[in-house]
Design a protein around this ligand. Structure first.
Ligand SMILES: O=C(O)c1ccccc1N[C@@H]1O[C@H](COP(=O)(O)O)[C@@H](O)[C@H]1O
Length: 200
C-alpha cells in the first residue's frame, strides 16, 4: 500500500472525479503555460473550493519566483508545494523562511548520482521522476536502498502501479498522464490507480 497523488487536475470535472476516487493528494500545475494542465491562481482558487478538504492540494511550480510561490502559499489554496524545476537548496531554504507548507522537490533520475543528490535535498519530501509530466518510466533498480521516503513519478499507469510499489516501496505514487485519455483525466483510470495504490 502506498499513498497516491493524482497530478495535473485542471477542469471542474477533474475535481468531481478526485472527490469520487479519493486520492491522498491532488496536484495542480501552476503558472506553467507550456503544460496543457496549466492553472492560474484564479482557476486554482475556484477548483479548490469544490475539492474534498480531506484531499491535500499540491501546487506544482517550475523555476517560479520564490516570492510568488510564498504569496500563493499565503492565500491558503495549496497545502503542499512541489518544485519541479532546477530549484536548489538555497531556493528551498529561502522559501522555508517564508512558508510553513511542506515542500516536495522533484529530481529526474538517470543515474545513481541523481539519487544521491535527491537524498541530500533539504526539502521535506523528494520526488523521483523520469521526465516532466511526459509519462517517462525510468530504471527503478536505481532506487534500491534510497535512504528517505519518496514520491515515485514517471510513466505510472494503473497497470504498473502494483509492480512499482513492490519494486520500490515508495511513500507515494505520483501519476498524471497515466490517468488521462486524450489529455483529459479519465475517471475509470483514476479509480483503478487509487485502488491499485491503496491495495494491501
Ligand atoms: O504534468 C505536467 O504537465 C508537468 C509540468 C511541469 C512540471 C511537472 C509536471 N508534471 C509532473 O510530472 C510527474 C509525472 O507525470 P507523469 O505521470 O509521468 O505524466 C508528476 O510529478 C507531475 O507532477
Amino acid at each position: 500500500m502506498s499513498k497516491i497523488k493524482i497530478c495535473g487536475l485542471y477542469r471542474p470535472e477533474d475535481i468531481q472525479y478526485a472527490n469520487e476516487v479519493q486520492p491522498d493528494y491532488a496536484g495542480f500545475i501552476m503558472n506553467y503555460p507550456k503544460s496543457h494542465r496549466n492553472v492560474n491562481v484564479e482557476m486554482m482558487r475556484a477548483l479548490k473550493k469544490h475539492l474534498d478538504p480531506e484531499i491535500k492540494t499540491v501546487g506544482v511550480f517550475v523555476n517560479e519566483n520564490p516570492n510568488l510561490v510564498a504569496a500563493i502559499a499565503a492565500m491558503g489554496i495549496v497545502d503542499v508545494i512541489q518544485l519541479h524545476g532546477q530549484e536548489d537548496d538555497g531556493y528551498i531554504e529561502k522559501l522555508k523562511e517564508r512558508i510553513g507548507n511542506p515542500i516536495i522537490k522533484a529530481f529526474q533520475v538517470h543515474s545513481p548520482e541523481d539519487v544521491r543528490l535527491a537524498e541530500a535535498s533539504s526539502a521535506d519530501y523528494i520526488l523521483l521522476d523520469g521526465g516532466m509530466g511526459a509519462g517517462e518510466v525510468f530504471d527503478w533498480s536505481l532506487l534500491k536502498g534510497v535512504n528517505r521516503p519518496f514520491f515515485l513519478a514517471g510513466g505510472l499507469k494503473p497497470e504498473n502501479i502494483r509492480e512499482a510499489i513492490r519494486d520500490t516501496d515508495p511513500f507515494a505514487i505520483d501519476i498524471s498522464s497515466g490517468v488521462e485519455t486524450e489529455k483529459k483525466k479519465d475517471l475509470k483510470k483514476m479509480r483503478e490507480a487509487v485502488k491499485a495504490a491503496h491495495a494491501r
